[in-house]
Design a protein around this ligand. Structure first.
Ligand SMILES: [Zn+2]
Ligand SMILES: [Zn+2]
Length: 510
């Protein structure tokens, strides 16, 4: 049980115990003294009156205790010592109920193994009010037979349990109201912050997005994302007693170990806003080199503006940049996304994510694998074209079926998958920024494209339909010519454009 719950339960149980104890003492004083000790012992006596004389007014004739005499042998009416003895045992048995685990237990279940708040657990009020009666299940659980003791003593337990319940009810309602207010305001603030800064997260394995991931405690227990709620306003506690922050006020929650709610793989979110860019293009069109070079340039630009870049996936590390001139062809099939984080004092953290898709997936004769998630959650698409291959295919005498894929054939293949997955009709234009990029401009074989604009170059080399499809499918199309290698590299331009179209903070880096 965490500190908050100890305090909540301690307050409620303490109030009830104090009330019962004072009633016991005053009743005893009354029994011994013969004279009424005043209004404070009203509680026990009044409840006694309900059982006994049926008189609702304050009375001091102990009709209730007197009527118990038949049950407990020679207990003469008003016999101070025996009555006090029985009442004391009743008080102790009632108090013992507070130690019983069924009503103290605040642990969560298997799917969400973290403590509830004492005041906000399922059936919280009923379980709180059951506390003073718990000596019965407690004795039953202990060895079954001794359960006869609290049952036999029930008439003496009942007055205390009932007045304890009265105190518990009042204490519970006050505590519940305080905690509800705390949770309500913390939750509102946390949700507004999360929605404005992060909004959702993306899994680099299954590429699906989700509002919030699940969290893995250091002990291995996995539970729902900690937000202010019935588990606590600021701190949550796993069933093994470990604390996790329930807000990201100090950045602690974003650094927790997280788990994708769809595929269960580990994810890192930092509660950063994700910006997802997918790369499309024929085999050997320079997508991977473009991704590495643009990530490198982005990080350099970020550094000069005092923005820190953190490389969270190995495929985007500075080590990978170093090898960008000789990357192996991207393996076909579904691959993990590559991602990095941008951190600055001036704006909330961002996550830049790349989906590098093998060019072979866009070849017409290939059995199509629908990479649903690659195309569903995109903040931008980079379509890479190797100008030298466009020239080669155009000048070839036999552009027959089965020859090298052209931008048109790749675009058709991509567009078919894209519209099918997103459920777009033929008249729907996507608002996702679409960057058409002539790559390898540093390669002497690309000289044909150097002299004119990218659009004109494509049209002149038989790819006019590509431009048409691109413009009819996407509202926001821009053409680029980039060098990914060498001194004049400008590979970050398409990425910078896409990010700037999506996020004002990143726009300021470029
Ligand atoms: Zn734990
Ligand atoms: Zn996943």
């Amino acid at each position: 049980m965490n500190g908050t719950n100890k305090a909540l339960m301690g307050t409620a149980a303490g109030a009830a115990a104090m009330y019962c104890l004072s009633s016991l003492l005053l009743t005893a004083a009354d029994l011994f003294g013969g004279e009424s000790a005043g209004g404070v012992c009203v509680s026990v006596i009044n409840i006694a009156a309900i059982f006994g004389a049926g008189d609702w007014v304050v009375q001091t004739d102990f009709g209730y205790l007197g009527s118990l005499g038949a049950l407990y042998g020679a207990l003469p009416t008003g016999a101070g010592l025996s009555a006090t003895l029985f009442l004391s045992v009743g008080f102790m048995l009632s108090a013992m109920g507070f130690a019983s685990s069924p009503s103290r237990d605040v642990k969560g279940g298997d799917t969400d193994p973290r403590e509830y708040l004492f005041t906000h657990r399922p059936m919280a009020l009923a379980r709180c009010l059951a506390m003073p009666w718990n000596s019965i299940p407690l004795f039953w659980g202990f060895k079954k037979a001794p359960v006869a003791i609290p049952i036999a003593m029930l008439p003496f337990i009942a007055p205390f349990a009932l007045i304890a319940d009265l105190a518990l009810l009042i204490a519970f309602l006050i505590l519940w109201a305080i905690m509800s207010l705390k949770i309500g305001s913390a939750s509102k603030r946390d949700r507004a912050r999360y929605d404005s800064l992060t909004h959702y997260a993306v899994c680099p394995k299954c590429k699906r997005n989700f509002y919030q991931p699940r969290v893995k405690c250091s002990c291995g227990l996995v539970f729902g994302y900690p937000v202010p709620g019935p588990h606590g306003a600021k701190i949550h506690t796993c069933n093994n007693g470990h604390s996790v922050p329930a807000t990201n006020d100090l950045g602690g929650r974003g650094a927790l170990s997280m788990v994708c709610p769809h595929c269960g793989s580990g994810v890192v979110t930092h509660e950063a806003k994700p910006l997802v860019v997918s790369l499309v293009g024929a085999r050997d069109s320079g997508k991977t080199t473009l991704m590495l070079s643009s990530a490198e340039s982005l990080c350099e630009a970020a550094k000069s503006k005092g923005v820190m870049a953190e490389f969270a996936s190995p495929g985007l590390s500075p080590r990978a940049w170093g090898a960008k001139g000789r990357v192996a062809p991207t393996a076909p099939g579904e691959l993990d996304s590559e991602f990095l984080f941008l951190r600055s004092r001036d704006f909330p953290e961002k996550e830049i994510m790349f989906n590098d898709i093998s060019g072979s997936e866009f070849e017409p004769d290939r059995d199509k694998v629908l990479f649903e998630e690659y195309y569903k959650y995109n903040d931008g698409i980079i379509f890479a074209i190797d100008p030298a291959s466009v020239v080669a295919v155009h000048s070839s005498q036999s552009p027959a079926k089965g020859s090298k894929p052209t931008p048109v054939s790749v675009m058709e293949s991509f567009y078919h998958m894209y519209t099918e997955i997103n459920g777009y009709g033929p008249s729907v234009r996507s608002t996702v920024p679409f960057a058409v990029v002539l790559t390898k401009m540093d390669d002497p074989r690309s000289s044909a494209a150097a002299a004119e604009g990218a659009e004109a170059f494509l049209a002149r080399h038989g790819q006019g339909d590509f431009v048409k499809i691109a413009r009819s499918a996407f509202e926001n199309v821009r053409f680029f010519k980039v060098s990914s290698l060498g001194d004049g590299r400008n590979a970050a331009e398409p990425l910078a454009w896409i990010l700037s179209e999506n996020d004002e903070d990143v726009k300021r880096i470029f």
